[in-house]
Design a protein around this ligand. Structure first.
Ligand SMILES: Cc1cc2nc3c(=O)[nH]c(=O)nc-3n(C[C@H](O)[C@H](O)[C@H](O)COP(=O)(O)OP(=O)(O)OC[C@H]3O[C@@H](n4cnc5c(N)ncnc54)[C@H](O)[C@@H]3O)c2cc1C
Length: 434
């Protein structure tokens, strides 16, 4: 018995010791960008550890019930990951486990419940991360750190300059709680996922948009809930609902997040009431899934060596220094100041988001100015407010992670600075890129 206890302690000690070792690449955050980064860097031979503060991988999709998977991109690696993770849509119950299996197969280590506090720094170089593990704070060193925290927690603490919000007033896109409703009568589920769809979908001659506006006028809904978007889900009697929102709050501040959580959770029940009263087959609908945290669309956008501009997206700019090829999603700005979508744009009259042409994202948008040893990925890359409104969606966010993972592995293996990595040599248009 005594020997078994000693053996068990030896194994536990060995596992702990392994985590205390240096890594080639540390990935902070386990959302689409972090998964893409850890998978690609590990597949390319780097020793990788991904750190996630919560108990599940998947990022906003898992924590904030965000779906469907949006955005186009020319990236066979992203395609491979997506085909494993999002089979038939975003499955909120399974996505994290599928991601876990994928990362295990790739050879990346993962630590959940590990909150990244700040970078370890030597001058202007990031040399690792200070992490709050459940057992206490721990310093973990690495040759490269990839910030995939969405909010850019590492980059901000490393002193990389950033902007928040749109140029004129610093307001960001609103935060929202997406939730699921179930209990819809079989065959009665409504699909109505955009402003345009809300205008087209009619109940006894009246559009869904008009019905929602009348409910706002009657005080049953707050004015910020300008549209109730109903998406399909993996279960046929279920909708994912995208309707709640709060404006003029900052997703990097606890007091603002607290206000946002409570406001949107209350809105969700108001939305349920409207849906039950107006949609046939929804009389017994109920909220089946309220996410753990609110969805944050936009916070810090860091200063990189290069920046993705709105004009690049509209013109479909192609580049020699591309790290993401042919990204494709409209400039989807949810109104920072009130209800609706695509405010401040010429097309606001019709509520339609501006279309883009498939554009490339430059590698420099992942390389922070002045700080070494660090790459940006996901929704905190260097991009203008309008450009981020396109490249923030999950498939494109993941592709930036894939690019960061490939660049990190290349820098480690060739013993060069991240800013000297030639993106043309990363073979990102090949499946394995080896
Ligand atoms: C309401 C809403 C609706 C949306 N709708 C869609 C949609 O329909 N389709 C679509 O494709 N996209 C949609 N998006 C956009 C998309 O979800 C995000 O932009 C995308 O998930 C960004 O990916 P990411 O990996 O950069 O960040 P995230 O998905 O936010 O992942 C970041 C991860 O880092 C972790 N993390 C953060 N801080 C720390 C820390 N200090 N230590 C350790 N871990 C940390 C977080 O827990 C999280 O797991 C929506 C977003 C919102 C908010």
């Amino acid at each position: 018995m005594k020997q078994k206890v000693i053996a068990l302690f030896t194994v536990v000690f060995a596992v702990c010791a392994a985590f205390a070792q240096d890594y080639d690449v540390l990935v902070a955050g386990g959302g689409p960008a972090g998964i893409g980064a850890a998978y690609t860097a590990a597949k390319r031979g780097a020793k990788v550890l991904l750190l996630e503060k919560n108990g599940r991988l998947g990022g906003a999709a898992i924590q904030a019930h965000v779906g469907p998977l949006l955005g186009g991109v020319k990236s066979p690696i992203t395609q491979t990951i997506c085909s494993r993770l999002y089979k038939g849509g975003v499955d909120f119950q399974k996505l994290d486990l599928l991601a876990w299996d994928l990362l295990q197969e790739a050879g990346a280590e993962v630590l959940l419940h590990s909150y990244v506090l700040e970078p370890l720094m030597e001058g202007k170089r990031v040399t690792g991360l200070k992490v709050q593990c459940r057992e206490g704070p721990r310093n973990i060193t690495a040759k490269v750190v990839i910030d995939a925290t969405g909010d850019g927690v590492v980059a901000a603490a490393a002193g990389v300059p950033f902007e928040i919000g749109r140029k004129e007033d610093g307001l960001t896109q609103p935060m929202s709680i997406m939730f699921t409703i179930d209990g819809i009568a079989p065959g009665k589920r409504v699909g109505c996922g955009s402003e345009e769809a809300a205008r087209q979908f009619k109940i006894q001659g009246k559009s869904w948009e008009t019905i929602v506006q009348e409910e706002i006028a009657a005080g049953a809904l707050p004015p910020e809930v300008g549209v109730i978007r109903l998406y399909g889900a993996t279960v046929p009697t279920m909708n994912i609902v995208n309707a709640t929102q709060v404006n003029k709050l900052n997703g990097t501040k606890s007091a603002d997040l607290t206000k946002a959580e409570i406001t949107c959770r209350k809105q969700a029940f108001q939305v349920l009431d409207v849906v039950r009263r107006h949609l046939a087959g929804y009389e017994k609908a109920y909220i089946s899934g309220m996410p753990a945290v609110i969805g944050v669309r936009e916070t810090r956008r860091f200063e990189g060596v290069a920046r993705l501009e709105k004009a690049d997206c509209l013109a479909g700019r192609k580049r020699d220094d591309a790290i993401v090829h042919s990204a494709n999603f409209c400039i989807d700005i949810h109104n920072p100041a009130g209800a609706g979508q695509a405010a401040q744009q010429e097309t606001f009259v019709t509520g339609e988001a501006e279309r883009v042409r498939p554009y490339d994202i430059p590698y420099g948008a992942l390389v922070p100015k002045e700080v070494d040893g660090l790459l940006l990925s996901g929704r905190c890359i260097s991009a203008a407010h309008e450009a981020l409104a396109s490249c923030r969606v999950m498939r494109i966010a993941m592709a930036t992670g894939v690019g960061a993972g490939a660049a990190a592995a290349y820098a480690v293996q060739n013993n060069i600075e991240l800013r000297d990595v030639p993106p043309q040599k990363l073979k990102l248009l090949e499946e394995n890129g080896k």
